[in-house]
Design a protein around this ligand. Structure first.
Ligand code: ZN
Ligand code: ZN
Length: 145
């Protein structure tokens, strides 16, 4: 079975046959601390659109260590520790960081910059894509699946 998008590690596989619902370059501090990258390419799929095989082989931890009751959990492979996805306890979305989670970043280009905060001192993005202080204003969280 081939899928439109597929990733994961040698032990846990994720896939989607649907297009993502949001695709951004994230400037937030949580992504920075989790990924160690200055910016993080984040892709949101509707929760029901991103399938996970071997889901029993995932360890789950709060995505934001400072907000352990927050809705997002970072799921990592229990065998090798590879980050697999961010799962939403409210079943609205599943998020993928393509370059860390086994996806081809070029196949999922980010359309804008999210959570850019000039107060951090980071240079403003100047690649022509829109820059927002949060998610794009017209983003609507999907209904739980
Ligand atoms: Zn972020
Ligand atoms: Zn693994």
């Amino acid at each position: 079975m081939s899928h439109k998008f597929a990733g994961g590690c040698d032990h846990v596989h994720t896939h989607s046959d649907k297009d993502p619902i949001d695709n951004h370059t994230c400037h937030c501090s949580v992504c920075k601390s989790v990924t160690g990258q200055d910016t993080t390419h984040v892709v949101f799929f509707k929760h029901g659109d991103l399938g996970v095989d071997e889901s029993d082989n995932l360890n789950r931890q709060p995505f934001n260590a400072k907000n352990p009751d927050g809705p997002l959990e970072l799921c990592t492979c229990a065998t090798c520790g590879t980050p697999i996805m961010l799962d939403d306890k409210e079943n609205r979305i599943r998020a993928i960081v393509p370059n860390l989670m086994g996806y081809q970043p070029d196949s999922l280009p980010a359309t804008y910059h999210a959570f850019y905060d000039p107060a951090t001192g980071a240079a403003a993005p100047n690649d022509g894509r829109p820059v927002y202080e949060g998610l794009r204003p017209d983003f609507v969280w999907p209904k739980p699946s």
